[in-house]
Design a protein around this ligand. Structure first.
Ligand SMILES: [Fe+2]
Ligand SMILES: [Fe+2]
Length: 133
């Protein structure tokens, strides 16, 4: 398990909390496969993760755009940098199939990024959105 339920804070928008909860579950399953070094399962769940990350980020971006959030571009730029890293990791996985590389990314950069990103950008965006969307 990579994320305990309470590690990613709740924000003041129900849709965003749902997106985060879903993502933590998918990432935890993915991390389990990485720990087990189950190559086929990692390949399969990597695709699920890519799809989910895109769904998470683009849903937030759509909500920010609709509501005219003042820092939408900065928040989106943060998503873009993580999109790029996840894509690079996926390309690396395709070539090397090395679970250790994926494990290091998940437990280091990805986990820290997610906790801080939600605390900084998602929390503020959610405050702006409220629970109306
Ligand atoms: Fe988020
Ligand atoms: Fe976000």
């Amino acid at each position: 398990m990579l994320f305990e339920k309470t590690e990613v804070q709740l924000v003041s928008n129900a849709i965003m909390n749902m997106l985060h909860e879903e993502e933590m579950e998918i990432v935890n399953n993915f991390h389990d496969a990485v720990i087990a070094k189950d190559i086929d399962m990692i390949s399969e769940l990597f695709e699920v993760l890519l799809f989910d990350v895109e769904d998470h980020f683009s849903t937030e971006e759509d909500m920010m755009e609709e509501s005219g959030f003042y820092a939408a571009q900065i928040h989106k730029a943060e998503h873009d940098s993580m999109r790029k890293k996840v894509k690079e990791l996926y390309e690396n996985w395709g070539k090397n199939k090395d679970p250790e590389v994926v494990k290091a990314f998940l437990e280091g950069e990805f986990k820290h990024w997610m906790v801080l990103h939600v605390a900084r950008w998602d929390a503020e965006t959610a405050m702006h959105l409220g629970d109306t969307m």
